[in-house]
Design a protein around this ligand. Structure first.
Ligand code: UDP
Ligand code: MG
Length: 322
C-alpha cells in the first residue's frame, strides 16, 4: 500500500527540516511505501529552496510549487489532487499536528475506516462550531483540524467537488463514509508564526456557513414577512386614526419607519449580494490553484482519476503546461 502525506507550507522555513525528520521517523515504523507531497504555497521566505533540498536527499519527497499564495485550503486541495496513495494524510507543516498520530490513523484505516480525523482534546467546542453544525445540518466534528487520513475512495469523491469556496472540513463531513476520530493534545508551533490573518479566518467562517446552507436567504424572507406583518398592523392603526379624524403627528413615526424599512432592505440585499458574489466566483470556473513546478516523479496527478474526476486537476495541469 502507498501512503501519501500532504503538507501545505507557507513561510515555514524554520519547520521544514524538523518536519521531514519526524515524518521520516514515522515512515520507519510503517510497512507501507510512503510519498511526502510538500506543497509550497508561494512562500516568501526560502521554504521552497529548503523543500527542494529535502527532495534531493529523499526520493520519497515530491514538491509541488504553486505560482503564488493561494491559501491553505487551495494548497491542501492541490496536494490531495497530486497524491497517488491508497490513503492520503493531510497535516500542517508547523508540527502542531504530531506526526506520530499518523501511526494511529493507519491502524484505524486498516480496521476499515475510510476517514480518520484528529481533533484537539481538552478544548471546549467553540461556539462557532456549534453554530456551523446547527446551520449547516452537517456534522463537522468539534475542534477537528485539517489533520486526517482519507482513503482513496474518499479522495476520489473529494476530487469531484469543484467548488471554489472551500471549507474542506465541511466538505469532508458532507461526504460521509465510515469515520473515526482520534484525540490529540494541542501543541505550540515548532517555529515561525501563524499566517492565517483574522480576515482569512472570518472569510473561512463565512464560507463555512454560506457555502453549506441557504438559511441566511430564508432569514431574509422571514425578516420580510415579519416587517410586512408589523407594517400591516401599523397601517390598520393609521387608517383607524384617519377615520376617527384624529390629527396625525406623523414625523417621528415616518422617520422611524423609513429607517427600519431601509435597514431591513439593505440587510436583505447584503445577504443576497453575498450569494451572488459566490455564484460569480463559481461560474468563472478558474482553476483553484496554478502549479509552477513539480519536483519528483510525475505519477500522482492522474492516479485514480476517471474521466469525470480529473476536471479540476486537468485545468490546473493545463495552466501548468502553458
Ligand atoms: N498555510 C498555507 N497557505 C496559507 C496559510 C497557511 O499553506 O496561505 C499552511 C501553513 O504553512 C500551515 C497550515 O497551512 O502548514 C496552517 O497554517 P497556520 O499554522 O498559519 O494556521 P493555524 O494552525 O494557526 O490554524
Ligand atoms: Mg498552525
Amino acid at each position: 500500500m502507498l501512503l501519501s502525506v500532504v503538507v501545505p507550507c507557507y513561510n515555514e522555513a524554520g519547520n521544514v527540516a524538523e518536519l521531514h525528520r519526524q515524518l521520516d521517523q514515522v515512515a520507519a515504523r510503517l510497512d507501507d511505501q510512503m510519498e511526502f507531497i510538500l506543497v509550497d504555497d508561494g512562500s516568501r521566505d526560502h521554504t521552497l529552496d529548503l523543500l527542494k533540498q529535502v527532495a534531493q536527499r529523499d526520493p520519497r519527497v515530491r514538491v509541488l510549487s504553486l505560482s503564488r499564495n493561494f491559501g491553505h485550503q487551495a494548497a491542501l486541495t492541490a496536494g490531495i489532487e497530486h497524491a497517488a496513495g491508497d490513503a492520503v494524510v493531510v497535516m500542517d507543516a508547523d508540527l502542531q499536528h504530531p506526526p506520530e498520530l499518523i501511526l494511529d490513523f493507519v491502524r484505524k484505516w486498516r480496521e476499515g475506516h475510510d476517514l480518520v480525523y484528529a481533533y484537539r482534546q481538552g478544548v471546549k467546542p467553540r461556539l462557532g462550531y456549534r453554530l456551523i453544525n446547527a446551520i449547516m445540518k452537517i456534522n463537522v466534528p468539534a475542534e477537528s483540524a485539517d489533520f486526517r487520513l482519507m482513503d482513496r475512495k474518499l479522495v476520489d469523491a473529494f476530487r469531484r467537488m469543484p467548488e471554489r469556496a472551500r471549507f474542506i472540513r465541511g466538505m469532508i463531513a458532507w461526504l460521509g463514509f465510515r469515520q473515526a476520530g482520534i484525540g490529540y493534545a494541542d501543541r505550540q508551533r515548532f517555529a515561525g508564526r501563524r499566517s492565517y490573518t483574522l480576515r482569512q479566518t472570518a472569510r473561512m467562517a463565512l464560507n463555512a456557513i454560506l457555502a453549506f446552507s441557504s438559511l441566511p436567504l430564508r432569514l431574509a424572507a422571514v425578516l420580510g414577512v415579519a416587517t410586512l406583518g408589523v407594517g400591516l398592523l401599523y397601517a390598520a392603526y393609521i387608517l383607524y386614526a384617519w377615520v376617527a379624524g384624529e390629527t396625525v403627528q406623523g414625523w417621528t413615526a415616518l422617520i422611524l419607519t423609513m429607517l427600519v424599512l431601509g435597514g431591513v432592505q439593505l440587510l436583505c440585499l447584503g445577504i443576497i449580494a453575498e450569494y451572488i458574489g459566490r455564484i460569480f466566483e463559481e461560474v468563472k470556473h478558474r482553476p483553484l490553484y496554478v502549479v509552477r513546478e513539480w519536483i519528483g516523479p510525475k505519477r500522482g496527478t492522474a492516479a485514480g482519476a476517471g474521466e469525470d474526476v480529473g476536471r479540476l486537476a486537468a485545468t490546473a495541469g493545463a495552466a501548468n503546461e502553458g
